[in-house]
Design a binder for this molecule. Sequence first.
Ligand SMILES: Nc1ncnc2c1ncn2[C@@H]1O[C@H](COP(=O)(O)OP(=O)(O)OP(=O)(O)O)[C@@H](O)[C@H]1O
Ligand SMILES: [Mg+2]
Ligand SMILES: [Zn+2]
Length: 247
Amino acid sequence: MPAIARSEPFHSSGPCPLGVCDGSGWILGPEDVARPCECRAERLNRGKSRGISSVIPPRYRGVSFDRPPVSDMARDLQTKGAVSEVRAFVENLDERLEEGRGLWLFGDTGTGKTTLAMLISKAALEAGKTVAIYSLPKLLARIRRTYDSEPGGDSYLSFFERLTSVDLLHIDDLGAEKRSDWVLEQLYALVNERYETQRSVLITTNLGHEELEEQIGPRTVSRLNQICDEVAVHGDDRRYGKYRKAA
Ligand SMILES: Nc1ncnc2c1ncn2[C@@H]1O[C@H](COP(=O)(O)OP(=O)(O)OP(=O)(O)O)[C@@H](O)[C@H]1O
Ligand SMILES: [Mg+2]
Ligand SMILES: [Zn+2]
């Protein structure tokens, strides 16, 4: 039975980011034998990403190559290419993150982009990497909050530093925020810093290149374009799948 070493710098606060254990980092089996939860490696790393959201949203927690919808996507002609690219990324995770390579998943609404991106973040968390997971609107709201923080609190600078230093920065729904100078500046600063320090960025977006340039600025898009491999996720809006079949 593995002893639970209390002296480890283990940050047990908060729920399990994978929704598996009770938040302790251990799964209690029969006869009180504890085995480590896959969130454990990531939690041991928490110090580096304190205050950063690295939680897979409940809807996407169960994502796996072996289960629908991803197993279905792997058979569908329109999405099998995207699934193989995501699989290759996961299989070479250490290397890709080391090189600061990321993925840029684009396609129409409801084609499975967020699902595939969460699969990558989940694999990274399970491998003990630090991952920041935000939708763009949430990320901007979080940055705004740091402006209101009290002295000695969570300053903008320390939050920004943590965002730029995590192993993987996952931004969902890029371009889904109204553009303003402030938004453009924040995004540019973040992407540029990760670009310069060669750290991976993972994004999903509904927008094509030109629209995205329009929305978040050509300098940011140009950097993302260089550090990310583009993956097109084609198909119909799967959120309507059930109804179409029934019709
Ligand atoms: N190929 C698929 N087959 C069946 N269901 C799927 C497929 N892809 C995604 N789904 C389901 O459809 C819904 C939408 O998937 P997801 O959120 O990944 O889409 P998205 O491309 O990120 O959409 P949006 O552009 O609106 O953000 C989810 O409930 C997901 O489980
Ligand atoms: Mg999405
Ligand atoms: Zn856990």
